[in-house]
Design a protein around this ligand. Structure first.
Ligand code: C5P
Length: 411
């Protein structure tokens, strides 16, 4: 599957003769599975009609900040938020100048001003070679590069006037290749299958009562979300939580430890990595009642039996090249416990936290963790769960590569 599949791409078209090539660029992006919307500067619409892009993208084309006949409200914000990335092709001398100097007097420049900081902006520059050589343009390009804008340089060839020179826009195929290469580099887990468990389990006492664990599922969901953004094919086995499924993630809902064990044990042999983040019950009621236990019948004790230890099972059947990551919540002797569990469950990495540390563990959006491997122990400061997920995935990636280099050289 292409790295562009499901991506939302905003294509910006400004007033240069290369605007005709933007039509084909939209097509190429769509063929890769991207969703495309187009915004044009008024000058852009002089070269190719908005109708052409509307027909290709099957979507309204944004051409004005304040159209008279259309309700647009804060479209410059909603479209900018919608886009995963933006590519301006062609980007003219004038438009490059505008973006460099923070001018936003047309709909496209407005959208770019409102583009969230984590979205990449590509500009495929195109102009006459005299304009291309101007200091003003060259300096603007340098400034934009320093700000993280990806400039797709112009090529030497025939310009509109049939003169040879530098200034011709890169071909749509090259623009596409540049975007795909960047996305691949940002997505090291592409092609890998990652299994994540999250949330608590519920173990029935009777039809209305259950035993459970304090877990919001936020840490596991953050790992699933980040892993998917990094290109992995993610399956999230989730206990009962009230969180939204992250985009691109396949979610399987379970309730009890036994249900979770069934799903994970079937999926594990085909997975590359398992992050066992769920707060699985350690004990389950031995004889759940079929009818609600009356208050008058309540006994002083509840007979329990051990739940299947899913992680320990996965550790036993782990194959060379598979990476197994466990989590531990410890209220005392955290490190000693983490080391012991890592070895006894055959884990490559264990992430430990202490819920009594301010900002750590359940319900909250932050966590304070220590990551323990066979070779290293690293304590992290208070971070958002999203940042913790990124750290965990970065370390997991290094460990996964080491394992697989070793596995490849042994075979
Ligand atoms: O031994 P302890 O329960 O503290 O280990 C925690 C780790 O084991 C977590 O990764 C948790 O998801 C996993 N676990 C499990 N099955 C259980 C209990 C915990 O897989 N029944």
């Amino acid at each position: 599957m292409s790295v562009l599949a499901g991506r939302r791409v905003l294509v910006g078209v400004t007033g240069g003769i290369a605007a005709y090539k933007a039509v084909y660029l939209c097509r190429l992006l769509q063929e890769e599975g991207a969703e495309v919307r187009v915004a044009m500067t008024p000058a852009g619409t002089k070269f190719v009609t908005p109708l052409t892009f509307e027909a290709i993208t099957q979507h309204t084309v944004a051409t004005e900040i304040f159209p008279e006949k259309e309700f647009v409200a804060t479209r410059h914000i909603s479209w900018a938020q919608w886009a995963d990335l933006c590519v301006v092709a062609p980007a003219t001398f004038d438009f490059v100048g505008k973006v460099t100097h923070g001018i936003a007097d047309d709909i496209l420049a407005n959208l770019i001003a409102a583009l969230p900081a984590d979205r990449t902006l590509y500009m495929a520059v195109a102009m006459n070679s005299e304009m291309y050589a101007k200091e003003a343009f060259q300096e603007n390009v340098e400034t934009l590069k320093k700000r993280g804008v990806r400039i797709i340089d112009a090529e030497t060839g025939y310009l509109a006037e049939m003169m040879q020179g530098k200034g011709r826009m890169a071909e749509p195929e090259q623009i596409l290749e540049c975007i795909i290469n960047d996305l691949r580099a940002q997505m090291p887990w592409t092609g890998k299958r990652i299994l994540v468990t999250a949330g608590p389990t519920r173990e029935r006492i009777d039809p209305v009562r259950y035993l459970s664990n304090a877990s919001s599922g936020k840490m596991g969901y953050a790992i699933a979300r980040v892993a998917s953004q990094l290109g992995a094919d993610v399956t999230l086995v989730s206990g009962p939580v009230t969180l939204e499924t992250p985009r691109g993630v396949q979610r399987v809902d379970v309730t009890t430890a036994r249900e979770m064990a069934r799903v994970v044990e079937i999926a594990w042999p085909d997975a590359d990595v398992l992050f066992m983040v769920a707060a699985v019950a350690d004990f389950v009621p031995r004889d759940p009642a079929d009818q609600k236990i009356k208050k008058s019948e309540a006994t002083a004790s509840l007979a329990l039996e051990p739940a299947p230890d899913i992680l320990a099972h996965c550790g036993k059947v782990k194959q060379p090249g598979q990476l197994l990551v466990g989590f531990a919540v410890e209220t005392s002797n955290e490190l000693a416990e983490a080391r012991r569990k890592r070895t006894s469950k055959n884990l490559d990495l264990i992430v430990v936290n202490n819920p009594s540390t301010p900002g750590a563990a359940f319900e909250v959006d932050t966590n304070v963790v220590t990551m323990v491997t066979a070779e290293s122990e690293e304590a992290f400061p208070l971070l958002s769960k999203e940042e913790v997920a990124k750290e965990i995935l970065a370390l997991a990636y290094r460990l996964y590569r080491e394992l697989n280099v070793a596995a490849d050289s042994n075979s």
